[in-house]
Design a protein around this ligand. Sequence first.
Ligand code: SF4
Length: 264
Amino acid sequence: MAAVGGKAAHSLIEFWDLEGGPSWSIEDWEDEASAVLDAEVSRTETESGIPMDEWRVSGRATKARPNKEDIEWWRAELPKMGQMYAEWREKTAWEIWITPDGELAVELEIKVPLPDVEVPFLGYIDRVFVEPDTGALVVWDAKFGSQSPEDLVQLSRYRMGLELRYGVQAQYGAIYKGRTGDLIPIFKDGKTLMPLSHLSSSIVAGDIEAQWRLIQTGAYPASPGRHCSWCDVRNSCTHAKGRDAWKHDPSHPGYKPSALTLAA
Ligand code: SF4
């Protein structure tokens, strides 16, 4: 449910930005939030073939929310998240960057080839903003879950994509936390406008190339960490004590490949 709620939150603020940042009442926010949430639920049910009542619901059960972060929790919280985003935009006065092609940098698709990698780099940058005091470009990513990133990998890849696609260099990256309505630091230095220029495009592209070479070997070593809690295949992973690991994960001591796996 968390992934669907997060996508609905992205859609909500994307719609608001593309509408030019209108002054919505709380009723407007509630109507728009419900519409995007219901559309996202319906789309995911259709694509996955799994009804919503079988989805995993995250969050902690409390007195106030005994059903954890279910659809009703998202329905109640999304309008508030939307309003907080509108307030943050007003408070910072950051402008959305417009690409040299005239495109507003909202959910900006970047697809570029990389040297020595056979598939193109594809990324969708939530926003590219112009920081008004300095005119610096900021690659910006919104998070609506309870977890926060632990490194600059995603932002540095966006920066690389932006440079390869448009020949511009974003000086900073920023992570926006949709549940609190503000930017958050990744590191202990407390900076929320995080410098990225030390992560040059050649360094980042080199890292991707190294990972590509590893993929070619067919070796996929497990990398357990906090990210396991939102991993799509955790139910099939031994390291996450997945209930189906014995069926899908060769490193599970009781691994018994299914007929389908054997036929492949
Ligand atoms: S659950 Fe398993 S596959 Fe998923 S991120 Fe964690 S270690 Fe990797």
